[in-house]
Design a binder for this molecule. Structure first.
Ligand code: HPA
Length: 280
């Protein structure tokens, strides 16, 4: 299925009618067990995905499935509490649909978070990682099919999908808060099975530091339509084959719960620093 520009506009219109004059600037996509930040939004208006035309429900554990509009650290935000994944049966275009709608509503910045496996043996589960780049080269692009020029060009540059100046801002925020922040490459695997130990060795050889089942499609679409992107990974578990124990969904959700405070302080500090940035 290829969505038309009219469909994106229909979704945006329905949301705008619910929000009145509110105009979001920062879109936030919160990953497994990290949706709690959406509950901290002030003057919140929450819209379940089911009430927005063309939106799909989010079925993954730890994902609420609603958009929350409001104010966080003085910024007008649109928080996706729960995202869609390819492994739920959605196409990449469907996975990234909401991002384009949020762009139409005025968002020019995306903060994206996820829980992922730690590929590096010299790092630990529970660490936070600033995403500096991504690898998603073994599955099709969310931009496949007819290009919609209202969003961007046919062959978009992907040299800086994760915006360098926002990475600088995040490093400064982490340093100020004394939160140790790893940096590395997010390697996308479509799941839903966790990887095999051999796949993790391949990911490592190819340059991945974290491995996960989300984020990369949304970031490609955000880059295509000109949004600046800041990404964080919670390394919720050591990737397959590193420790002599099976991987589990519960481990991921427990790690997210344990990292809750440092994660929310870091994101809030980044939001506070955004206005210091030069206007674009
Ligand atoms: N692999 C893929 N996705 C994940 C993992 C993992 O180890 N942990 C959390 N999401």
């Amino acid at each position: 299925m290829t969505y038309t520009i009219e469909q994106y506009r229909q979704s945006a219109t329905v949301i705008q009618e619910r929000m009145g004059s509110f105009r979001p600037k920062v879109a936030m996509v919160l990953g497994s067990g990290l949706g709690f930040l959406g509950d901290q939004v002030e003057q919140a208006v929450a819209i379940p995905y089911g009430e927005i035309p063309h939106f799909k429900p989010s079925t993954a554990p730890g994902h609420k499935g609603r958009l929350v509009f409001g104010v966080l650290e003085g910024q007008n935000v649109a928080v996706m509490q729960g995202r869609m994944h390819h492994y739920e049966g959605y196409s990449y275009e469907e996975v990234a649909y909401a991002l384009r709608v949020l762009r139409l509503l005025g968002c020019d910045t995306l903060i994206v978070t996820n829980a992922a496996g730690c590929v590096r043996t010299d790092w630990q589960a529970g660490d936070l990682m600033l995403i500096t780049d991504q690898i998603k080269m073994f599955s099709e692009s969310p931009l496949r099919g007819e290009n919609l020029p209202e969003f961007g060009v046919r062959f978009p540059d992907a040299s800086h999908l994760y915006t360098p100046r926002l990475q600088t801002l995040a490093r400064q925020a982490a340093e100020e808060l004394r939160i140790p922040l790893r940096e590395g490459v997010y390697f996308y695997c479509y799941g839903p099975q966790y990887e095999t130990p051999a796949e993790i060795r391949a990911v490592r050889a190819l340059g991945g530091d974290a491995v996960g089942m989300s984020t990369a499609p949304e970031v490609i679409v955000a880059g295509h339509c000109g949004m600046e992107v800041l990404g964080f990974t919670l390394l919720s578990n050591m990737a397959a084959g590193i420790l002599d124990q099976p991987l589990s969904e519960q481990e991921v959700l427990d790690a997210a719960a344990a990292a809750r405070d440092k994660f929310s302080s870091l994101i809030r500090a980044c939001l506070r620093r955004l206005p210091e940035e030069l206007p674009r």
